[in-house]
Design a protein around this ligand. Structure first.
Ligand code: 0X9
Ligand code: CA
Ligand code: ZN
Length: 497
């Protein structure tokens, strides 16, 4: 071999090593840095996975680690070879404790769709880069019909190496389906809501991560430059861009050639546009956080922050996670939540589950159980808190059932009772008016059928005074036109107040 050829080969080998990114990645602690410094590192496109008081953790290859050391940061390797770590975690699985893989998700969803066909249906909402179905299970009464009911979307595995993110949405689905016939509270949620579960947004990445035991985060797009993968949580089209997000195919936070360049993010977009969700959770790992928008930059005004904060705090009581604004963790452009909230007015949350990417399999029940409770709470409140704002489906408040409408007025009062912003106050009052009319309509119907149950309940709810006054007006009006239709006692009590 002559020298020139050797040199050329050497160059090619080097190039190949970088392009395939086969160098093992490490979990590295960046020591003695402030949260602001950590966020700054993340915003440069480094894969910062956890920010704590005084330090951060990041997934770095050798070159990235060297670059950060070169800038003076003090690094400590926590897990040297993350591919091996995935292999180890795979080994913690046994007959009773095991993570879902794509094939099992597909089988189990199919089985559920058959067994519980009265309350769910399975739909493929699109195909991945490698032509795998992106499955969505809709859980509701009359699942074949698109009813005017508050709707919630739960998603797992935008990032393939974050296996617990598949477990939680699957556990929520299982809880709803298997408890429907026995548990009245579950039955109420299924009957009055539309719950959509997409446990694996990124099938190709999950298959790659589990079968090749690669510490893989992105999808499996073959990029134009020969690299693989787009970070789906940087590919959404609201404030898509370069902050906390990379324009290089090599990077784990590569945002793709343009917004919505990937079939996986397009599938979610189409579903969101069609179903008009009130709320959503996208599951990730790790750090035990509940994140809410906006996340693309610091201090962006979120007009609905009161609802986000209240919901996050309540869910936090159930799983012990810390509520936080996304950008406060670190700004990153093109994430799912900014799109869902910014473009579709969805109350969108990201949960960072667990204390590590993939806890040993015997810990699965300990993180699914409290997170099922948190999800059920959001599903419940999607019919009350969400009604404070016109949202993406303004007709919905008009269609609430009596229970939801009554809870909505008290919930909305609790959140906005001392709202100082006059624009917000007017918006909320408008919604309260719509809900009060709905309450009045249902109450009058009830009274026409000689039942006073709703009337009594309305009278015992302080915050329902507006609805009550609508009912009174209606009763007296009807009495004037058609005396005797409601009974003397009722009319007298209305007259005497
Ligand atoms: O960076 C992400 O995509 C999420 N964290 S993870 O470690 N699972 O990769 C968090 C995204 C939160 N959104 C913003 N900070 N904008
Ligand atoms: Ca329904
Ligand atoms: Zn993630």
């Amino acid at each position: 071999m002559n020298m020139r050829m050797a040199a050329a080969l050497c160059g090619a080998a080097l190039l190949f090593a970088t392009a395939s990114h086969s160098a093992p990645k490490s979990l590295v602690k960046i020591q003695k840095i402030s949260k602001i410094q950590a966020a700054k590192i993340a915003s440069l496109g480094y894969d910062v996975v956890s920010i704590k008081d005084g330090y951060a953790e990041a997934v770095l290859d050798k070159a990235e680690a060297a670059a950060l050391s070169g800038k003076g940061y003090s690094l400590k390797t926590l897990i040297a070879d993350l591919d091996k770590y995935v292999e180890q975690m795979k080994g913690t699985q046994n007959k009773t404790d095991a993570y879902y893989n794509y094939a099992k998700v597909e089988t189990v969803l199919g089985d559920w769709a058959k067994k519980y066909s009265e309350i769910c249906r399975l739909e493929s909402i699109g195909k991945s880069c490698e032509n795998k179905d992106i499955w969505a299970l809709k859980i509701s009464d009359n699942p074949q019909k698109n009813e005017q009911e508050p709707a919630v979307l739960l998603m797992g595995a935008h990032h393939s190496r974050e296996w617990p993110s598949i477990e939680v949405p699957m556990a929520v689905a299982e809880k709803l389906l298997t408890n429907y016939s026995e548990n009245p509270e579950i039955r109420r949620l299924v009957d009055t809501r539309e719950i959509w579960i997409v446990p694996v947004v990124n099938p190709d990445g999950v298959i790659y991560s589990m079968e090749k035991s690669k510490f893989w985060r992105k999808n499996r797009r073959k990029n134009a430059d020969g690299t693989f993968g787009v970070d789906l949580n940087r590919n959404y089209g609201y404030q898509w861009g370069d902050v906390g997000s990379s324009n290089s195919g090599y990077s784990d936070t590569y945002h793709g050639p343009h917004a919505f360049s990937e079939p996986e993010s397009i599938a979610i977009k189409k579903l969101a546009e069609r179903e008009k969700f009130q709320a959503s959770i996208s599951y990730h790992t790790y750090s035990e956080l509940i994140l809410y928008p906006f996340g693309y930059a610091h201090n962006v005004n979120n007009p609905d922050s009161k609802i986000f904060v209240k919901l996050a705090e309540e869910m936090s009581k159930m799983n012990g996670y810390r509520p936080q604004n996304s950008a406060q963790l670190y700004p990153a452009m093109g994430d799912l939540d900014d799109y869902l909230y910014g473009s579709e007015k969805v109350l969108s949350f990201t949960f960072e589950l667990c204390k590590s990417f993939i806890p040993p399999a015997n810990q699965i029940p300990s993180f699914t159980a409290p997170n099922v409770e948190a999800a059920l709470h959001l599903i419940d409140k999607s019919g009350t808190y969400a009604m404070a704002i016109p949202g993406n489906n303004p007709g919905l408040a008009n269609n609430l059932d009596f229970d939801d409408a009554l809870t909505a007025v008290s919930d909305i009062n609790a959140i906005f009772g001392n709202e100082r912003n006059i624009v917000m106050r007017n918006e909320v009052l408008k919604q309260l008016d719509v809900i009060s009319k709905r309450l009045a309509q249902l109450t009058v119907e009830d009274l026409k059928h000689q039942s006073t149950e709703k009337w009594e309940r309305l009278r015992s709810e302080q915050t329902a005074s507006l609805a009550l006054s609508y009912v009174r007006t209606r009763l007296l009006f009807d009495e004037g036109h058609n005396p005797g239709s409601y009974g003397v006692e009722l009319i007298n009590s209305v007259k005497n107040k």
